[in-house]
Write a protein that binds this ligand. Sequence first.
Ligand SMILES: [Zn+2]
Length: 229
Amino acid sequence: MEELLYDKDCKCPVCRHRFTTKKIRTRGLRIERREEDFNVIFKDINPNYYYIWVCPTCGYSATEKEFDNITSQQEDLISKSIRPKWKERSYGGVRTYSEAEESFKMALLIGQILNKSKSYMAGISLRLAWLYRETNNPKEITFLTHALELFEASYQTERIDEQGLDEVSLAYLNGELNRRVGRYKQAVRWYSITLDHPNIKNKRHLQIKAREQWQLAKEQNDEAKLNSN
Ligand SMILES: [Zn+2]
């Protein structure tokens, strides 16, 4: 597994210390399967464990893409609010499950303090939910719900580039997340938005998936109705 990882040199934009964090050699990755909410399971390693960069000295944590995106005012905010409580520790080695979990929680906490965009916070919540799915932890649903509510709020109001998701893919994801947390009616509505979207024509695979999942959500909705009678 370790040959799939290499050390990346980083410099913390808050405290200016240098540290290393593990990155994945994507060339060596072999896909095991893809799940309907875009989670990809790889054979030898879970790249998700290394998604968040954590400064060992001050605790500042963010995704690689957002790591340097911080103003000097925000740097002060982190120095004052996080650093005094942070016990120096490194996340730069091969991460355990709980280190991965902690890294996501730090990124969410810091994202809140810095008032990061909804789609950024949603993307981190979704990945934390996937981590909990690995161990059948019921917190999966809590974080899928967080992700869903943030993604729904960001639809058409934010530029969606953090996750590399275009609008039609995000509409589909909103359907799938609603379905997974048991909101079947909303799921059906979002799958319909996906299928009616003008860009769906360029995404044949997504179109097929959205039709399948629309059907599934309809069935689950009927079943839930029956059970509640
Ligand atoms: Zn730092």
